[in-house]
Design a protein around this ligand. Sequence first.
Ligand code: BLA
Length: 316
Amino acid sequence: RPLPLIRTALFSSICSSSRKQQMPIVQLSAISYKKFINSALDETKRHTHLAPSPLQERYNSRISMDGKSEIEMLSFEATKVRLLRSLCIESQTMQVLDFAVFPEPEFDMPIFCANFFSSANTNIVVLDLNPLHDVISQRDYKEKYYKGLIPLGLKYAELLPWGGKLTSESLKFFSPIVIWTRFTSSSYKYDVLYSAFMDYYKAWLELRDQAVVETNASKIMCNREAQHRYLTWRAEKDPGHGLLKKLIGETQAKDLLVNFLFNGIDELGSKNFLDYFPDYCCEDGTINQSRSIIGKSFESRPWDGKGEFISNSFEN
Ligand code: BLA
């Protein structure tokens, strides 16, 4: 494929111009989230066999409509893993990573979630082991998966501090160890982000190793519906939609979201967005296009050092 050649030429020209200018801050082109993906895939192979996903044939690599961004997609299946997929967008002005791993419904382990958006100055980061079930109301679920991970969360919450107010609805999809942060570009921060990403991913792989198959049909059903609800939320309300539409057009962006990034919506359940999130129903029965009904909240981290939810931070 000719694509990597184009990128190499482009990137080496950017790198050489940045050397000439002796820029003190890191150039966006100096980072590539492909390194993150490759390391995660190598690490996965130390734990389990990765088989190509049937999605790979249709979703592989493409160029944005304006010819300026390269979009690369990878997808696999593995034991206990329904889908591991990544999306990487690279251009002269941005770098995007969306890396997620979805368990089979027979397992209630969390969903691995790494979403990084980087432009010249700004970096927007969500890194988490998204809980399948509610960690605020279901204490046993929280204890089962997150108790041992609190020290890991605390370490990185200090290095990558809370990013400020966010869409309130998102918080229900986050765990007590979520890393939600924004920072201006620096090579130090990228190093921290890389080690956070790998440490979180290794923690997730350990959970996968230990996960025990569920045999109770109603519990499997519950896991399946929880994952379906998660996929339904993200395919409709993920903050990356706007950018994807700009890059590849509305029809293809929707296809990418529903059939690749949040694949499983058609197979895991039959409820629709408004069944799960009725607050978004407009008078005419359509889905409210706003990303949030409640608005933004959580100015500071709503989890304390013990991983307890600080409920009085429900200030809107
Ligand atoms: C911004 N991305 C954000 C924000 C969050 C997330 C919380 C801040 C804005 C807000 O409060 O909503 C990420 N939100 C998540 C994630 C979950 C969630 C991971 O609820 C999971 C449950 N981001 C991407 C991709 C792109 C992207 C693939 O992951 C682009 C293709 C872009 N994210 C992006 C941009 C912004 C953003 C451009 C800033 C614009 C905005 O705030 O709307």
